[in-house]
Design a protein around this ligand. Structure first.
Ligand SMILES: [Zn+2]
Length: 211
């Protein structure tokens, strides 16, 4: 599968107390919610001069990342480069978007101070802001705190992964790494099991119809 090339989005700049935050949003979260969360997090941990890119979660294992600076390949369409100092990339894949953004904002705070933040501190801060947010926005409490329903396995996707695992196993076998090969066989079986769990074996029924 090849990633589709998209024209880089133009940034929106929002004024916050004591600064400005720029963002682009290609996620499933509405802009209004993204802005509300940015403002909420900023009130607790400065996002001044931070560029926030909110993306639709794909296959990446990470949900978010904070950069100490702005990587040179970053899309800054509509912005003057020298006015921005940090980049946060977050996806809509996390159970709580506000917790994720607060976590990454904490990393930026440490960068500003020239320190390296421990994950534990960022996690604790994220959880704290999430709780405050849920309390402050009772009417969106469910959206903020309930993890999305587990995604039905997509047989095509899992089979593709299983195929990768099998090909790798064959390569390892060829170079005499039998033990690894056995581990990969197990992985393949597991992926296959996941792929076919609760899914029509012919793949003819739409899993969503059953819900
Ligand atoms: Zn982190």
């Amino acid at each position: 599968m090849t990633a589709r090339r998209r024209t880089p989005r133009r940034h929106r700049v929002i004024r916050v107390a004591g600064g400005r935050v720029a963002y682009t949003n290609t996620s499933r979260i509405p802009d209004a919610d993204v802005e509300r969360v940015i403002r909420f997090v900023h009130a607790r941990c400065s996002l001044d001069r931070v560029v926030v890119h909110v993306k639709r979660h794909g296959r990446a294992r990470r949900w978010g990342m904070a950069y100490d600076g702005i990587p040179s390949i970053t899309n800054l369409v509509g912005l003057r480069e020298r006015e921005w100092s940090y980049l946060i990339v977050v996806s809509d894949g996390a159970p709580s978007f506000v917790e994720l953004l607060a976590h990454e904002a904490k990393h930026v705070e440490y960068y500003r101070d020239g320190l390296q933040a421990g994950e534990r501190r960022c996690n604790a801060f994220g959880a704290f802001v999430h709780r405050e947010y849920a309390r402050a926005f009772e009417h969106v409490r469910r959206a903020a705190s309930v993890p999305p329903a587990p995604r039905r396995p997509n047989p095509g996707e899992a089979d593709e992964l299983a195929g990768d695992a099998r090909a790798l196993a064959a390569k390892l076998q060829a170079v005499g790494m039998g033990e690894w090969c056995a581990a990969l066989d197990d992985l393949y079986d597991e992926l296959h099991r996941i792929a076919n769990q609760g899914v029509d074996p012919d793949g003819t029924a739409d899993p969503l119809d059953a819900a």
